[in-house]
Design a protein around this ligand. Structure first.
Ligand SMILES: NC(=O)c1ccc[n+]([C@@H]2O[C@H](COP(=O)([O-])OP(=O)(O)OC[C@H]3O[C@@H](n4cnc5c(N)ncnc54)[C@H](O)[C@@H]3O)[C@@H](O)[C@H]2O)c1
Ligand SMILES: [Zn+2]
Length: 283
């Protein structure tokens, strides 16, 4: 919130009443804050996203979700506000640390798992090229992922029709892991990788998908340098954080689960015992 206050003051200082617009040049944090400021300054001014991390290129710059954090929680103040343009150039990715590439890859794996088996096969075959930042491979995954997200968001802009929900695959438990570790233990992609595996394990527990499919996902997650085991967080810590999640309505839980790689199923009211069992399996 502090960053947002500074930014809005600076814009007001330099805004001379011309057609002021914002360019959000940076990672997901910059994109989220700049987008939020664009949505509220003078009740909305145009903005452009120029994402410079893999995560921002494949995910956060698309979809119009903008937000800032409060001491009371992440993303508590925000708005749906689309950029006029998203300009992604894979050249920006050259200077990223490998951990940030892996973190972005977690969301790419998510898209493949929820919607695109072909992309999953590509990742299995080409993950080494991607980690070596080979331009043709980066281009392929940024394009494929952006299209998947844009298509889903295009069908359900404000998350009202339940279509956008599948983008939350891995995020229910992933967010809980991030919160339970005070946002220090894991970066977003790492927490989401663990969340995807827990969601996968719940899916096998409910008989929706075979173990072999989940093993393939685990192998890919491991291969790109993401964690497959939850460390330094307890089952109780994750469960408590999970029930504090702002998306909860009463005590009802709602998970995006898997029928196969490329196909999801949304299931509500999963018994707590099943969720705990799946988390315990990853600890
Ligand atoms: N709005 C959405 O729909 C959405 C979706 C997913 C995530 N997010 C948010 O995005 C944030 C995570 O985004 P992120 O992973 O991009 O993190 P980030 O913005 O914190 O960037 C990670 C680090 O990389 C640096 N960086 C940025 N570009 C670089 C480059 N080209 N070379 C070297 N370093 C560079 C940044 O300064 C920062 O230190 C989280 O706050 C998350 O909540 C939002
Ligand atoms: Zn995410």
């Amino acid at each position: 919130m502090d960053m947002a206050t500074h930014l809005i003051t600076d814009i007001a200082r330099y805004d001379k009443g011309k057609q002021t617009f914002i360019i959000a040049f940076g990672g997901g944090v910059v994109g989220d804050v700049a987008g939020f400021i664009a949505s509220i300054y003078k009740r909305g001014i145009p903005y452009i996203q120029v994402p410079t991390t893999l995560l921002a290129q494949v995910d956060s710059s698309i979809g119009g979700k903008t937000a800032v954090d409060l001491a009371q929680g992440k993303n508590l103040v925000g708005a749906f506000y689309h950029p006029r343009l998203v300009f992604s150039d894979i050249k920006f990715l050259k200077t990223l640390r490998i951990k940030q590439i892996s973190s972005g890859l977690s969301e790419v794996i998510k898209y493949a798992v929820i919607k695109d088996r072909q992309l999953f096969l590509y990742l299995e075959k080409r993950y080494k090229d991607i980690l070596a930042l080979r331009p043709s491979s980066l281009e392929y995954i940024v394009k494929a992922s952006s299209l998947i997200k844009a298509n889903i968001v295009g069908c359900d802009e404000r998350e009202e029709k339940g279509i956008r929900t599948i983008l939350n695959f891995g995020h229910t438990v992933g967010h809980a892991i991030e919160a339970a570790s005070n946002f220090k233990g894991y970066n977003h992609g790492e927490a989401i990788a663990l969340g995807m595996l827990v969601a996968g394990d719940i899916s096998t527990e409910l008989g929706l998908i075979s173990d072999i499919e989940i093993q393939k996902i685990e192998n890919l997650i491991k291969a790109v340098g993401l964690p497959v085991k939850i460390k330094n967080v307890s089952v109780a810590g994750i469960i408590n954080a999970h029930y504090r999640d702002k998306k909860f309505i009463g005590q009802r839980n709602r998970f995006v689960l898997l029928k196969k790689i490329g196909e999801t199923k949304i299931v509500e009211n999963i018994p707590l015992g099943v969720i705990k069992l799946a988390i315990r399996k990853r600890i």
